[in-house]
Ligand binder design. Structure first.
Ligand code: BTN
Length: 250
């Protein structure tokens, strides 16, 4: 087996054949002081995979990558925590762009799209002490070899490349991209991270329909603010939305 070419990400790997959620397991493990930064928790099958906005995450057992990485971003003030979302999204974008040669987009805040369909979901859960982050669990569900989905908006690597992939090789490639973006974040290279994120943002500057809990409306995505809220130019001017306050309609 060829190990990942990383400094610390994935040097410790906890594999469980089945679990409820690798994010939940990683959060539990992260409380043990012996759990080092970069530990990866990976499974073949999640029975209660969690997504954003309280959604579930479903993936056919053994066909896809389902894992969480334990990070200790003590250098990151709470008010900058969206930069972690930016770094992780960019890492997936980097990896999938190189791997497929296709245009990849990041749908705010952190869905990864290819051909306008979702190939990867990310769930980042932070733990905060005072004004800083202590632990961040970055959970990644990447559809790799699954051919059929219940939802028409899902997509996998094999559907793009027409080739089955070795899950471990994909994991290693991804960990290398993740570590590179994480180190960029650790260097406080916030401006380049933000610029790269914005330039890859799905539907930016396009006139689209959105829905909020109250209404549907037209608007055009301008960017994100420092706390990660989506900035949308609407008929009533520029408005900012948190994750539970808006979704982009198809
Ligand atoms: C989303 O798109 O809503 C986020 C999906 C995140 C899924 C991954 S799979 C590994 C990790 N463990 C979980 O329970 N969720 C994340």
């Amino acid at each position: 087996k060829i190990p990942a070419n990383t400094l610390f990400l994935g040097k410790q790997v906890v594999f469980v054949p089945e679990c409820h959620s690798t994010n939940t397991l990683a959060l539990q493990l992260s409380h043990k002081p012996s759990t080092t930064e970069g530990t990866v928790v990976i499974t073949n099958h999640q029975t209660a995979g969690r997504g954003q906005r309280g959604n579930t995450w479903e993936a056919a057992p053994g066909m896809n990558l389902t894992f969480s990485t334990i990070l200790r971003p003590a250098f990151l003030p709470v008010e900058d925590q969206f930069y972690l979302t930016i770094a992780v999204s960019l890492a997936l974008h980097d990896y999938l762009g190189t791997k497929t040669g296709k245009p990849i987009a990041i749908k705010w805040p952190n869905d990864i799209l290819v051909h306008e369909k979702k190939i990867c979901g990310i769930l980042i859960e932070n733990q905060v002490q005072g004004s800083r982050l202590t632990t961040a669990v970055a959970g990644i569900g990447l559809n790799v070899n699954q051919q059929h989905f219940d939802t028409p908006t899902a997509m996998s690597l094999i559907q793009v490349t027409q080739k089955e992939d070795n899950l471990e090789a994909v994991l290693h490639g991804l960990l290398e991209c993740l570590e590179a973006r994480y180190l960029q974040l650790r260097r406080q290279d916030h401006d380049s991270l933000k610029e790269a994120y914005l330039s890859r943002l799905y539907a930016r500057h396009e006139q689209r329909r959105f829905s909020s809990p109250q209404e549907t409306f037209e608007g055009s995505i301008r960017g994100v603010d420092e706390s990660g809220r989506l900035a949308v130019e609407t008929a009533d001017g520029l408005k900012y939305f948190g994750i539970k306050e808006v979704s982009l309609l198809r």
